[in-house]
Design a protein around this ligand. Sequence first.
Ligand SMILES: C[S@@+](CC[C@H](N)C(=O)[O-])C[C@H]1O[C@@H](n2cnc3c(N)ncnc32)[C@H](O)[C@@H]1O
Length: 322
Amino acid sequence: MNVGAQHHEIRRAGAKGLGVFATKLIPRGTRILAERPLFTVKSDRDLYPALRSLTQKDRDHLKQLSLSENKKPLFLDWAEATWHVVRGALSRPPAQTSDNSNTTPAGRISLDDYKTFLATFRNNNFNIGNGTRATFRDISRVNHSCVPNSQGNFNTAIGCFTVHAVRPIDQEQEITISYLDEHGAVRGVRQGQLFESYGFECNCPVCEPKTSRGRESERRRTAVRERLMQYAETASQRREPDLKMELELLLMLIRMLEEEGIAGRELATMYLSAAEGSLKLGDRKAAQRYSKLGLEMDEVCLGTDSPLFKESLQRMRSIPRA
Ligand SMILES: C[S@@+](CC[C@H](N)C(=O)[O-])C[C@H]1O[C@@H](n2cnc3c(N)ncnc32)[C@H](O)[C@@H]1O
């Protein structure tokens, strides 16, 4: 299911700057946004050429995105930024095919502009998979929550990063995604990664240490982490993996994510692994149940046109149908 622009709008989100809000009820599984990146990079070396190839119009979009208070660059220090600009100035500019600012690369970048672009990139890039980071005109306005109501995933079939509602979103509610790669981490780890990568301190409902929700969340996540660490210690002494124990741990992780209200690909993938584990242990009924839950969750956060969803369907072919 897709919704048009009339279902969401970009407006002030208090201290977070701008944010994206639902203008009417958005049902679970809705594709709220689908957008091609302004540009993508795999490493620091890609950044200058990528920026240089942008059209003037896209550079203008980029300049309008938010800047972090803490402007420490993600990949490069300023000396490196200077080096990239100098090297860029010595190399041949991208071909000028026409005067059209919608299609022609804008070419060389001044050092000041490059530093601004760098800081803007730092604040507005998301991991879109395979070590690639991307910046978007609208999706870069979506703020973070450690218990988000939506999830972003790259869909190679349509060349777009999509944002899907992983639970119903009420009118006026802010649309949020998680900027983190791992969703079950404890507060200190989450805060450290967010500050390091984006320069902000999260105060979403589970990051509030003084509320009962925040305390309960931290207790739950810490207990799971300790249990996993205990298992990791004993696992290194075993010759064979303990399948039953691994399935139990996986189900514990699933329960934790569900109790936390975290939905999305991570949970879907855990269900699929639980289906495979259950089948290996001879429990066909449980395998079918987990397979169904995993595929449903994958469809919600990816959509049926996503190659990742098709891979999951393929992966579950060995699970007998109910
Ligand atoms: C990708 S941008 C999101 C859109 C941004 N708010 C804007 O005005 O364009 C990321 C920046 O938004 C702010 N932000 C996002 N999520 C936040 C949160 N949960 N708490 C505080 N600030 C947040 C931070 O400044 C962060 O560096």
